[in-house]
Design a protein around this ligand. Structure first.
Ligand SMILES: [Zn+2]
Length: 427
């Protein structure tokens, strides 16, 4: 690979790390030993990767093995970008160092392993969750980096409309049943759950959680961590939680039958339960619960509120502009039975957004208060499609409605809405 090809592939972020890596690659390209060894050590390089990742608001760092390199990629605003290539001769040492941070043995693994740590990044604590998997290309490592300072603790900032916020505050005051935050992986469910927990804390309620893993520590609430090796399963954890006499319980995620049963048993004691669940939209939540072996009558007796969500990129405020809606977006909207606006916003691309036209993300929401009519339909085992139609006919705006509203306000674009709609949207 020539330097030019390398430069093109890397498209360096402005930061220190990519520059240093590029300098390494230039040395590597020289036929004889480099005159000047880069002064950076492997631990310092790893530190720089993390510094860059946090500075760029990356949520995940991927280290992907390739024949000649280890490709470092950052997930920024939900999209993966190549940021650097580490030469093969440094790959094993680099991977080994990352693994040693979370107490995984540095030599190549025979089976997947994961671990977590709190990393001191120049005085601020970053939560790292490292997952390593052997693959035919070599060892793949992904690092989830959580910066507790970045979490938005207020419902206001998530992107909820004022009527959606009102529905949530109504529920907080009624203190009954189960609220589920639902969406696909990476849709911001955890952030919303923590924002809800924070609201509860402000109301001086007693809150106990069981999570796997505890992603953020919240002062003023009690958080239990699942630890199968020590016998703390979801169901044991729920029993412990109930003994602590809380007003609110949170089961981090209903991801399998055991955690779903644990959550249901907690809510059947009359306690208020919060949890998250993987589903496409509000109606899909009922299907997801049925798939976890929960009976229709159990769903109707527990489920009070569903906050379904999806993250969408925000237009860069420095380069967005309004113009005629592109034909492609008009055709897409018409194909799904929506009327296309004549004018809409697009992101042109500038230095501030690295030419992408977008910066940061915001939630699209569908907030569904499960009423008597809906309960009747669930008890009749109505299929998902009919239930979806009934929910929307009752006046609950869909994720798409919310997205179109945010596009009309210039918060996002119609093409971004089309991009995320390919993951299923509850239309
Ligand atoms: Zn821009």
């Amino acid at each position: 690979m020539t330097d030019n090809e390398t430069d093109e592939r890397i498209r360096p972020l402005k930061l220190d790390f990519a520059r240093r890596i590029q300098s390494w690659l230039k040395h590597r390209a020289a036929p004889e030993k480099p005159k000047e060894e880069p002064e950076t050590s492997i631990p310092q390089l790893a530190h720089n990767v993390l510094l860059d990742a946090v500075a760029e608001r990356a949520t995940d760092i991927h280290l992907d093995p390739e024949p000649e390199h280890l490709c470092v990629r950052f997930r920024i605003d939900g999209i993966l970008r190549d940021v650097a290539l580490i030469p093969r001769r440094h790959t094993a040492q680099f991977q080994g160092h990352i693994k040693s941070l979370v107490d995984i043995d540095p030599p190549p693994l025979l089976k997947p392993a994961s671990g977590g740590t709190v990393y001191d990044l120049e005085g601020s604590e970053i939560h790292l969750r490292v997952t390593c998997t052997p693959s035919v290309q070599g060892e793949k490592i992904s690092i989830r980096a959580l910066d507790p300072k970045r979490i938005r603790y207020s419902l206001e900032e998530l992107g909820l409309t004022s009527s959606q916020k009102e529905m949530i505050y109504d529920w907080l005051e009624s203190m009954t049943g189960m609220v589920l935050v639902t969406g696909a992986t990476g849709s911001g469910k955890t952030t919303s759950l923590y924002a809800l927990l924070h609201e509860l804390k402000l109301l001086n309620r007693s809150v106990v959680t069981i999570e796997d893993p505890v992603e953020y520590r919240v002062e003023g609430i009690t958080q239990l961590q699942v630890n199968e090796a020590r016998g703390i399963t979801f169901s044991e954890g729920v029993k412990t939680m109930l003994r602590l006499d809380p007003d609110f319980l949170m089961v981090g995620e209903m991801r399998d039958i055991a955690s779903a049963e644990a959550a249901l048993s907690a809510s059947s004691t009359g306690k208020v339960l919060l949890s998250s669940l993987h589903s496409r939209d509000a109606a899909g939540t009922v299907t997801a619960l049925r798939n976890l072996n929960i009976e229709d009558f159990e769903i109707t007796s527990a489920l009070e509120l569903v906050v379904s969500q999806r993250l969408i990129r925000r237009l860069c405020k420095d380069c967005k502009k309004e113009g005629r809606t592109p034909d492609k977006e008009v055709r897409w909207l018409e194909s799904i039975g929506m009327k296309a606006p004549e004018q809409s916003w697009i992101g042109v691309g500038c230095d501030q957004c690295r030419g992408t036209g977008y910066s940061r993300r915001i939630g699209l929401f569908e907030v569904w208060r499960v009423d008597e009519d809906a309960n009747q339909l669930i008890l009749e085992h109505t299929d998902e499609k009919s239930l979806r139609r009934a929910i929307h006919e009752s006046g609950v705006p869909t994720l798409l409605n919310d997205g179109l509203e945010k596009a009309a306000q210039g918060i996002t674009s119609i093409s971004e809405l089309r991009r995320i709609s390919s993951y299923g949207f509850g239309i």
